[in-house]
Design a protein around this ligand. Structure first.
Ligand code: CTP
Ligand code: CA
Length: 227
């Protein structure tokens, strides 16, 4: 792995990474989102830049500094994240680490929503599906040469991850068991299993997201060379 960084194994490559949550507006002051911190994606962007790549990092709303020599594009909603990723093509490698909101309110109210005075009724929000950013890029005419997804699951982790690998036409998926506390979503450590297109799997045990990111980037560099 160290060799990947000393020798700049990703020099001349353009790596596109998305990271963090998306935010889907309900009205001017409210939104739907999730607890993604963006740490894994930012660590991957940092490691890819350290391996010599040109890196574009499309980031949802997160509280993290931009890694050195990384081109960062800030976005809010899933639709904006999709547009920014498409605008960054072509790329040699796309890593979709973002926790994209699956649904958004069917419309954003122009004014702040008000309760009806004198009523204690509940309220119903109508949600519509967001575009699938990863599936869109992986089936695009300018498809990145190598497409990598994440699968954060709480049960049957490898089974669901394999389904997503095949359904979204990916080259590799990184499966993440988020039912265990202390790893994955919004924490500093992670443990993952890589599943390649031929369904061979490789487990990377719990480590800091920094250490894991360097390991992942050097493994991806090897796969790009073989590709
Ligand atoms: N993803 C995406 N766009 C979406 C939803 C997901 O690009 N609208 C990407 C994620 O960035 C991740 C992969 O797809 O790399 C898997 O995301 P996940 O939420 O695990 O899968 P979904 O396809 O959304 O299925 P579900 O949430 O129902 O498990
Ligand atoms: Ca999802």
């Amino acid at each position: 792995a160290a060799e990947c960084f000393e020798r700049g194994l990703l020099a001349g490559r353009h790596i596109l990474i998305n990271a963090g949550p998306t935010r889907e507006a309900i009205d001017p002051v409210r939104y739907i989102s999730n607890h993604s911190s963006g740490k894994m994606g930012f660590a991957l962007a940092e490691a890819a830049a350290e391996a010599g790549a040109r890196v574009t990092l499309v980031a949802g709303p997160v509280n993290l500094p931009t890694p050195a020599r990384v081109q960062r594009v800030d976005v809010v909603s899933a639709q904006q994240m999709l547009d920014a990723c498409l605008a960054a093509l072509p790329a040699d490698l796309f890593i979709a680490s973002a926790a994209v909101a699956d649904y958004r309110p069917d419309a954003c109210a122009e004014q702040k929503l008000k309760k009806t005075p004198g009523s204690d009724d509940g309220m119903t929000l109508t949600l519509v599906r967001n575009p699938d950013i990863l599936a869109t890029l992986a089936s695009h005419s300018e498809r990145p040469g190598f497409c990598v997804g994440f699968a954060a699951e709480t049960q049957d982790v490898l089974g669901y991850a394999r389904d997503k690998l095949q359904r979204k036409n990916l080259d590799l998926i990184i499966a993440n068991d988020v039912s265990q506390s202390g790893i994955g979503f919004n924490s500093d450590d992670n443990a993952v299993t890589l599943i390649d297109r031929d369904l061979t799997s490789t487990h990377l045990p719990q480590a800091s997201k920094q250490k894991l990111a360097r390991d992942l980037i050097s493994r991806l560099a090897t796969r790009l060379d073989r590709h």
